[in-house]
Design a protein around this ligand. Structure first.
Ligand code: XUL
Ligand code: CO
Length: 436
């Protein structure tokens, strides 16, 4: 390999909160035990290929700003890119990465060439993963960048596009399986509409359901043991996307009988676009047994766009980490940084600084949430709030066979007259803030 992309920056290590070294972790101490598991095992951080190695700093008004020593159009460029990618994974010491097919190889002239390129890169990745110990958190197919997908992939009005997308997903599932991927993600980039005037909603959703069912079947056929994850997002690039939020996707999965086959990959910024808090999405998914993995990148609150920034506010993440800890973690999911540095951050070192800050914020939130749980007062208050339901008469109301008439008779007999009790929101908020 040629000169290191990151120059003389040494592998990033934990140096503690007092360290003044910008290329050191201040909170993320991979081996440190938190509630019986290491930080690395709780967080399972991943570097994403696309924002770091495929995006060159363009925005809708401006040309690329990053100079990178590879190109995205040739296999020679793809191999150079892979060298830098693994240099970055090992410099950060992150255990995982994630990719779309289109991030890692050029499409070539047709699907056959795309498949051949991907198979070649899969072998290169397998070798590099073996040498470095870096693992694949998830693979995914890019079914949204090419003009053929402008009106959707599985939901396209043209059946040939559906077919093309199916073939592409088959190739990437094969690659992910070969690389021992822990999960496979489906983000429906343009599965939605720009206007209802030209859109047959029922048809498009049925196409999406059939498509996903075939992905599930294929996963079982090849013996892929990873988890299939759908990543909700309410809009952008299309005006409305069918995978709007966690609740909508759960309903969709139930409609097609897939709710025990597929889980959710929840992204902080997508929750915000759906006018939810991130912890809402996490708590809801977790309550349904659907929480699979996370894209930890946040949005700017003012711009209203999916800005894919690194997390930088630990306090905001504590409630989400609380629910994650309560469900025993995310594994085989993890914390993918679907984040990009800003367009003016043109130095290679900036890529490292983004990830260092991002994982430090997640680690600080993890520790705070663990303290909150270990202290016990928070959970005790939550349990006490519902304690009335422990009584046999309360439990009986929830059993099959209970009737409104019986309950009404008991209310009269026992002269039931409930008194309002405080929800104590301030108590919970203050307790949470104690552990920051
Ligand atoms: C887009 C997004 C995607 C998915 C993978 O907003 O989050 O990068 O994570 O396709
Ligand atoms: Co994402």
């Amino acid at each position: 390999m040629s000169k290191p992309f990151f120059g003389d920056i040494k592998p990033v290590k934990y140096e503690g909160p007092k360290s003044d070294n910008p290329y050191a972790f201040r909170h993320y101490d991979p081996k440190k035990l938190v509630m019986g598991k290491t930080m690395a095992d709780w967080l399972r951080p991943a570097v994403c290929y696309w924002h770091n190695f495929a995006w060159l700093g363009t925005d809708m008004f401006g040309a690329p700003t990053f100079e990178r020593p590879w190109d995205g159009e040739t296999m020679k460029g793809a191999r150079a890119k892979a060298d830098v990618a693994f240099e970055m994974f090992t410099t950060l010491g992150f255990p995982f990465f994630a990719f779309h097919d289109r991030d890692v190889v050029p499409e070539g002239a047709n699907l056959a060439e795309f498949g051949k390129n991907l198979a070649e890169m899969t072998d290169i990745f397998a070798k590099k993963m073996h040498e470095t110990g870096v693992k694949l958190l998830w693979g995914t197919a890019n079914l949204f960048s090419h003009p053929r997908y402008m009106s959707g992939a599985a939901t396209n009005p043209d059946p040939d596009v559906f077919a093309y997308a199916a073939a592409q997903v088959k190739n990437v599932l094969d690659a992910t399986h070969k690389l021992g991927g822990a999960n496979y993600v489906l983000w429906g980039g343009r599965e939605g509409y720009e206007t209802l005037l030209n859109t047959d909603l029922r048809r498009e959703q049925e196409q999406a359901g059939r498509f996903l069912s075939m992905v599930v079947d294929y996963k079982h056929k090849i013996g892929f043991k990873g988890v299939l994850l759908v990543e909700p997002k309410p809009q952008e690039p299309t005006k409305h996307q069918y995978d709007f939020d966690a609740a909508t996707v759960f309903g969709f999965l139930q409609r097609f009988g897939l709710e025990r086959e597929v889980k959710l990959n929840l992204e902080v910024g997508h929750a915000v676009l759906a006018h939810h808090s991130f912890e809402h999405e996490i708590a809801l998914a977790s309550s349904l047994g659907m929480l699979g993995s996370i894209d930890a990148n946040r949005n700017d609150y003012q711009s209203g766009w999916d800005t894919d920034q690194f997390p930088n506010n630990a306090a905001e993440l504590v409630p989400a980490l609380y629910f994650i800890l309560k469900q025993g973690g995310l594994a085989p999911g993890g914390f993918n940084f679907d984040s990009k540095v800003r367009r003016q951050s043109i130095d290679p070192g900036d890529l490292l600084l983004g990830h260092i800050g991002g994982i430090d914020v997640c680690a600080a939130a993890l520790v705070a949430a663990a303290h909150l749980i270990e202290d016990g007062k928070f959970d005790a208050a939550r349990a006490e709030r519902y304690a009335g339901w422990d009584k046999p008469s309360a439990q009986a109301m929830l059993k099959k066979g209970a009737t409104l008439e019986e309950i009404a008779a008991r209310v009269a007999r026992e002269k039931i007259d409930p008194k309002p009790r405080s929800g104590r929101q301030e108590f919970y908020e203050n307790l949470l803030n104690r552990y920051l």
